[in-house]
Design a protein around this ligand. Structure first.
Ligand code: ADP
Ligand code: MG
Length: 314
């Protein structure tokens, strides 16, 4: 089997007395997207900065594209691309000029740099905007150009630090499509995000980080299975019976319940599976409460995240 794209062990980063990373282990398989998911301040950017040689770890080791970031930074840099959290393009240049400039920085001959720029503009649906200064680009166009810039030198590993933060839902969805098509070209991607939906949509593996620790990992389904309990959901027909139905669920599931009055629905975590569902159905029936919908479902990643960190994801 091919060596992983990244193998990091025991990464620690301190800033004075503050510990931003507290022993992060991370393996990035080749040709896949791995998401580092966590709230603001979790340590995502610090991890990316260590792995891309921009800052040194206080302790621990990281092998990126086969080279140690501490001793072979130059070798690592030749093989990676980074779309940083803050955009790096020059706003006084056009999209085309930005890409050519980066190509030349990577020592491509001018002609090759221009060909590569045109090809990337095409890939990222920016051909029409090629000769416009990027200061006039929309947020989504800028992020696409950021991505294009990282690809100029054909990196093996791509780091995307919160690529869609601040974008509207449509621009975000467009960027997701672009990232998916990148992975089809064989590049390995480490993506950081605060959005569960994004991690679930794009990543094969998800590492959940909080306070500089990885607190859970696996694919979205694993995470839900390991950490979240199934939910029983009841929607009643008569909103006047909602609280009564809530009492029944609370009793049967022996847990707190959530009541959403706007949709006449009660949700309760359960470990009793279908048996619990049947008991709830009988109890509601005995009380003469009519039900519009009764279902057992998996927790959402949002609910998993809340269970892990004690606060909502966004
Ligand atoms: N240069 C720095 N000096 C001091 N503290 C820092 C520095 N960089 C990051 N931190 C702190 O480290 C923690 C992790 O930051 P960061 O990696 O940027 O988190 P994230 O990208 O997940 O939002 C935060 O509490 C942040 O304030
Ligand atoms: Mg960050």
């Amino acid at each position: 089997m091919a060596a992983p794209a990244i193998e990091a062990t025991g990464l620690v980063k301190t800033f004075g007395a503050f510990t931003a990373l507290d022993g992060v282990d991370l393996t990035l398989p080749r040709g896949a997207v791995t998401a580092v998911l966590g709230p603001n301040g979790a340590g995502k950017t610090t991890t990316v900065r260590i792995l891309t040689t921009l800052t040194a770890a206080t302790a621990g080791t990281a092998i990126v594209a086969g080279f140690d970031v501490a001793t072979h930074a130059h070798e690592v840099r030749r093989r990676i691309g980074l779309a940083a959290q803050d955009a790096t393009v020059d706003h006084l240049l056009t999209g085309f000029e930005n890409l050519v400039m980066v190509g030349e920085l990577h020592q491509l001959p001018r002609r090759e740099a221009r060909d590569r720029a045109r090809q990337l503009l095409e890939t990222f649906a920016l051909t029409d905007a090629a000769d416009r200064r990027t200061e006039h680009y929309s947020g989504g166009m800028r992020r696409r150009l950021d991505l294009a810039v990282t690809l100029v030198a054909n990196p093996e590993i791509l780091f995307l630090d919160e690529p869609t933060t601040g974008l509207d839902p449509r621009a975000r969805a467009e960027l997701w499509d672009v990232i998916e098509s990148l992975v089809d070209t064989g590049v390995s991607v480490l993506l950081t995000t605060q959005y569960l939906e994004e991690a679930e949509r794009l990543a094969d593996d998800i590492l959940v980080v909080d306070h500089g620790h990885i607190i859970a990992s696996g694919n979205a389904r694993d995470l839900k299975r390991q950490l979240g309990r199934d939910r029983i959901g009841v929607t009643v027909i008569d909103s006047a019976r909602l609280d009564e139905a809530g009492d029944i669920l609370r009793r049967v599931c022996a847990t707190e319940v959530e009541i959403d009055r706007s949709v006449r629905t009660i949700t309760a975590p359960t470990s009793t599976g279908l048996g619990g569902l049947t008991t709830v159905a009988h109890a509601l029936d005995d009380a003469g409460i009519e039900v519009e919908d009764l279902a057992l479902r998996q927790p959402t990643l949002d609910e998993v995240f809340l269970a892990l960190t004690g606060r909502p994801a966004e």
